[in-house]
Design a protein around this ligand. Structure first.
Ligand code: GDP
Length: 445
């Protein structure tokens, strides 16, 4: 998907190499490329304009951290904005109501509605262990009911029979009644589609919606229609309170414009995407994964992620600098370090990042190795006076007793902490010599 965007960004990154910061001048070309790529992908102009403005604002406000090039940092910003555009997080189906939870499906003919009913029934059975029944209220297209029956058989869902001489509202009422009596947990209601939006169809689905009061109203739309898909979704959303969108045929969509803009235009989340004709071809929609796929730059995105951890390493370097410059490593620093280690996922996560010989040394530094221990250490240090924290040598027996009482621990624990502190202080001196200026440690790794 969006190969163009990937290629265009790739080119721009190369030209941005070697520059120290993201500036108005050096991101200008990159922004133009993003704009072109999105328009080529069939994203609507207002959405594109807004997107580019956001990327510009974020990029200019952002420091290029650690070892990243401005080009890499720029890709990071674009990735983040793509994620935002598509809604940030996966939005699950809300099915936690008195059974049966009713899902009403809406959409134009050929969108993939009936297929999606089958896929969804299969998915709910498999991933949520739900007992699912399906029913068709499409009394206009002769083969529609049979098609759903066939699909239901394939996925092992209950099928509530209906016939073309019935009224859609009667079918719906009977199906709900049956589902309730037979303890079906989810009832998926397939409806008639038309070739284009018309009033009669809208009135009918509105009436169905009013009668069924569904927990989910999903609009099924063909991704290959690009902007048209988005406009149809918008029109439906104005008549029918949709709870989400299912974007079908993403496997055949080379441009990706609909996936990018449905959320922005309708305000409704894409909940699922159809990725194959087969009945197992349905996936929950994850904006972050989609953003990564669109950019096709997994390697750079993990670099960006790693760089945010490197900020912590920069802090550590600053601390080491402090030791070398003569101001001693005190208990305030120790407390900050323990807190930082908690943030970074504890000792074991940190050790993975250290070169082997220092990992060994670090293994002798038990401080903060687990969450509970880290909290205790912080608690003890918090019970000290500012003087004690900056001059730990003041802490003699009576002070130890006071601190222990304050923190609600035994005096031995205060002793143990002071031991750990001394060991760490020694080690910080060793580390200090490793940091020859900013980034020295990273170079070593
Ligand atoms: P309906 O008229 O909205 O009920 O649409 P159908 O369920 O009959 O689907 C129309 C066509 O689209 C069928 O040939 C389906 O196999 C196909 N289709 C549906 N979803 C997908 C999908 O996610 N990927 C692909 N490749 N084809 C799909």
């Amino acid at each position: 998907m969006l190969e163009n965007l990937t290629q265009r960004l790739g080119r721009v990154m190369k030209t941005m190499r070697g520059e120290a910061r993201m500036t108005e001048a050096n991101i200008g070309d990159a922004l133009r490329e993003v704009r072109m790529a999105l328009l080529e992908a069939d994203v609507s102009l207002p959405v594109v304009k807004d997107f580019v403005a956001q990327v510009k604002e974020k990029a200019l406000g952002e420091d290029v951290v650690g070892s990243l090039t401005p080009g890499q940092a720029f890709v990071g910003v674009v990735h983040e904005q793509l994620k935002q555009l598509m809604g940030e997080a996966q939005v699950p189906l809300a099915l936690n109501q008195q059974p049966p939870a009713i899902i009403l499906m809406a959409g134009l003919q050929g969108a993939g509605k009936t297929t999606t009913v089958g896929k969804l029934a299969r998915w709910l059975k498999q991933h949520q262990k739900k007992k699912v029944m399906v029913v068709s209220c499409d009394v206009y297209r002769p083969a529609a009911i049979d098609q759903l029956k066939h699909v239901a058989e394939q996925v092992g869902a209950s099928f509530f029979p209906s016939s073309p001489d019935q009224k859609p509202l009667d079918i719906a009422a009977a199906a709900v009644d049956w589902a309730r009596k037979h303890h079906e947990e989810v009832l998926i209601v397939d409806t008639a589609g038309r070739l284009a939006i018309d009033q009669a169809m809208m009135d009918e689905i509105k009436a169905l919606h009013a009668q069924l009061d569904p927990i989910e109203t999903l609009f099924v739309v063909d991704a290959m229609l690009g902007q048209d898909a988005v406009n149809t979704a918008k029109a439906f959303n104005e008549t029918l309170p949709l709870t989400g969108v299912v974007l079908t045929k993403l496997d055949g969509d080379a441009r990706g414009g609909a996936a990018l803009s449905v959320r922005a235009v309708t305000g409704k989340p894409i909940k699922f995407v159809g990725v194959a004709e087969k009945l197992d071809g349905l996936e929950p929609f994850y904006p972050d994964r989609m953003a990564s796929r669109i950019l096709g730059m997994g390697d750079i995105l993990s670099l960006v992620e790693a760089a945010s951890q490197q900020v912590d390493m920069d802090q550590a370097a600053a601390m080491a600098q402090k030791i070398k410059s003569g101001k001693g490593f005190d208990l305030n620093d120790f407390r900050a370090q323990v807190a930082q280690m908690r943030q970074m996922g504890g000792m074991s996560a940190l050790m993975d990042k250290l070169p082997a010989k220092f990992a060994e040394a670090a293994a002798n530094m038990p401080a903060g190795s687990d969450e509970k221990m880290a909290k205790r250490i912080q608690g003890i240090i918090d019970s000290m006076t500012p003087d004690e924290r900056s001059k730990p040598e003041l802490i003699k027996a009576s002070r130890k007793r006071r601190i222990a009482t304050g923190a609600g621990v035994q005096v031995q624990e205060v002793n143990r902490l002071l031991n750990q502190f001394e060991q760490t202080q020694k080690m910080m001196k060793q580390f200090g010599s490793m940091f020859k200026g900013k980034g020295g440690m990273m170079k070593m790794m």
